[in-house]
Ligand binder design. Sequence first.
Ligand SMILES: [Zn+2]
Length: 338
Amino acid sequence: MEIKFERYHLQSDFHSPLKGFESVSVPTEVRIDPLTKRRSRIITWSLPSKGKFDFSKMVEESRGCIFCPENVLLKTPTFLKEIAPEGRISIGKSVGFPNLFPAGTYGSVIVLGEEHFLNLHEFTPEIYVRGFSVASQIIQKTMSYDPNARFWQISQNFLLPGGSSILHPHLQVIGDPIPTNEMEWLLNGCSSYYERNKSLYWSDLVHAEKEIGERYIATFGKVHWFVSFAPIGATEICAVVEDHASLTTLGQEETSSLAKGIVSTLKYYYDQNLNSFNFAIYSFSGEASHQLLLRMISRTPIQPYYLNDWTSFEALQSELTSNFYPEVVCREIRPYFS
Ligand SMILES: [Zn+2]
């Protein structure tokens, strides 16, 4: 098998004031992603947690937002009639509509429910099953109108560190005729891997991770959950769905399995005193060498004197620095998936 898990061990030696100026060695690990060859820097120290943040003031001050039930059907945009003549697409309490401030060709928002705010341990699988069902309908209806919109991201930005100004839980669904950088790297990597090996990269990776056993978390139906060897975000958890490359082809079982794993991950994040996160599902049509991929990361939590996790390493060297060791994350998160 071609998949290689390459790493460099770096070490910094100095006299530490924390140990009476004795000589100490602090290791750092640089890992190379087997598919994209991108480097990640795993740091072996971390700052202590500041505990859980009290959101009550923030929630009260922002209640009655544009996504709250009294506003969502009055103040949000509606789809072009050619895409969705009903205007907005609703399933249960989830409502999908065009983004008033889009960042691409087809940008939509899905309000996940009526609750203005949820702590991470309060999200349920049902919330995501409904949200993904709305997302699937948006993608299908849009592609019937414009088949060139093949490259889709279904994502969640939760709280300010995750890039969302609105607390009210929602998804973003964005479709374009051209891929993002990340999509192109994934698709190019997967197709050249297929040409060389005549097998699917993600299937082979899942097989390898299962054998190694240090980063593989669990299987729910056709959905495989694992921690990235070389993450591009903190506490990065991934899922791949066998036999699917697009969200639109998932059945009820696969959708439920994805939702269940997201909720398990959020419960783990909550217990780690994290409160902000992002995920993205990379969804394509007509890409036989790709499998539907979900990548989920935590962001530095909202807390007094907030510390951004995007340093000059990430911003200017394109290299993640993470204080979370992937194999430790895997050991800690496994019970949440049982
Ligand atoms: Zn609201």
